[in-house]
Design a protein around this ligand. Sequence first.
Ligand SMILES: Cc1cc2nc3c(=O)[nH]c(=O)nc-3n(C[C@H](O)[C@H](O)[C@H](O)COP(=O)(O)OP(=O)(O)OC[C@H]3O[C@@H](n4cnc5c(N)ncnc54)[C@H](O)[C@@H]3O)c2cc1C
Length: 412
Amino acid sequence: MRRGSEDGVYDCVIVGGGIVGLATAYRLTEAQPGVSVAVVEKEPAPARHQTGRNSGVLHSGIYYQPGSLKAVMCRTGRDSMVAFAQAHDIAHDVCGKLIVATDDSELPGLHRLHQRGTENGLKVELMVPAQAAEYEPHVNCVAALRVPSTGIIDYVAVTETLARILSDRGVELRLGTEVVDLTSDGHGERVVTTDGELTTRFLVTCAGQYSDRLARLGGLDPEVQIVPFRGEYFELRPEKHHLVRSLIYPVPDPAFPFLGVHLTTMIGGGVHAGPNAVLALGREGYRWRDVNPAELAETLRYPGFWKLAAEHWRSGLDEMVRSWSRQRFARSLQRLVSDIEADDLIPAPAGIRAQALRPDGGLVDDFLLIEDTRSLHVANAPSPAATASLEIGRHIADRAIDGLRRVGAVDN
Ligand SMILES: Cc1cc2nc3c(=O)[nH]c(=O)nc-3n(C[C@H](O)[C@H](O)[C@H](O)COP(=O)(O)OP(=O)(O)OC[C@H]3O[C@@H](n4cnc5c(N)ncnc54)[C@H](O)[C@@H]3O)c2cc1C
């Protein structure tokens, strides 16, 4: 039986009802069924931000530096996510994907990815155009890499299932409740919300766009700032769905952690094209007209932003032009599938990547978790964190259990 928070102190409070926060609560209550847990989410429902506005891809782990948290957790996380989807009847499809070199200049990059995939323990296959065409008859390439373990899933359905299981396990989901301050005293960490205060023996924050702020409120310096990069999508009009069978990706630019606009079939039907990467004018600025002056000023005051801009101004400008011009967006897609026209593109909702940036202008590539004895803050959880969420959650839950052991709240 779950111990309640009758003494007014939770064993663990988790801030953020995205997929990482809920996966953490899921792993924690799986490993320690007796602990009292509350998840605090400012929106009226889970998955309203990155988790509900992404490409819906189950990544294989091909891209990431071998040994990095991303490489390890993406691979194991993909397997856990597929097993979770099977156990709970969540629609998914391990359909595989093609990464395509569209001219000879991209061949070295494609071969590097082949090498990296092999180093990461994946089954990957280099293909000539005729072989690639057996999987994607309309693809345009000089060579391709097929990654059979990539798939698609609905992460909102995953998050809703997690929320249902947590509710059955007695976890309190406090929706529509924003955390506005964090302090500590002799009893534990105090979580000040728009709906009163909670006290917890261990605090976890998985706050996406606001992760750096919450870490600072909690007294830790993440040494990074979140810079919001919007990813805009289009849908292909139904008459053109036949042009894409599964997933078609370009060879990514190694200077960026983003994968380049790609074509993705969605588990609920349809084909998505995108996302690009433009600076959002607020951490939740999903359209150009959504400007948050204070948050924009915060980005523009940050030295790391100007160092990044100085180094990558040309590609930044290209991305902006592509954001304003459907023709330019279509041209990027035509490199992958020539028969896509600008008129085939219907605007779809955008997502915003919470990307941690260092003061020297370096984009933090790996997952970044910072902790002290009574708290852990997720400071960077970009793609493939949805794929990896059940493994990130397991890792954080282990750290929380260590913290609870130290104060005698769970047995050794
Ligand atoms: C355009 C795009 C495409 C992507 N594609 C993929 C993909 O195909 N596959 C993949 O694996 N990953 C993908 N990702 C990455 C993936 O979506 C994220 O890594 C993942 O969803 C992060 O989950 P999260 O729970 O950390 O963050 P979020 O989903 O952003 O959740 C954070 C939550 O914290 C809440 N919160 C913030 N501040 C407070 C506060 N003060 N009080 C209370 N609540 C608060 C927010 O409301 C939010 O619900 C993509 C991301 C984007 C943006």
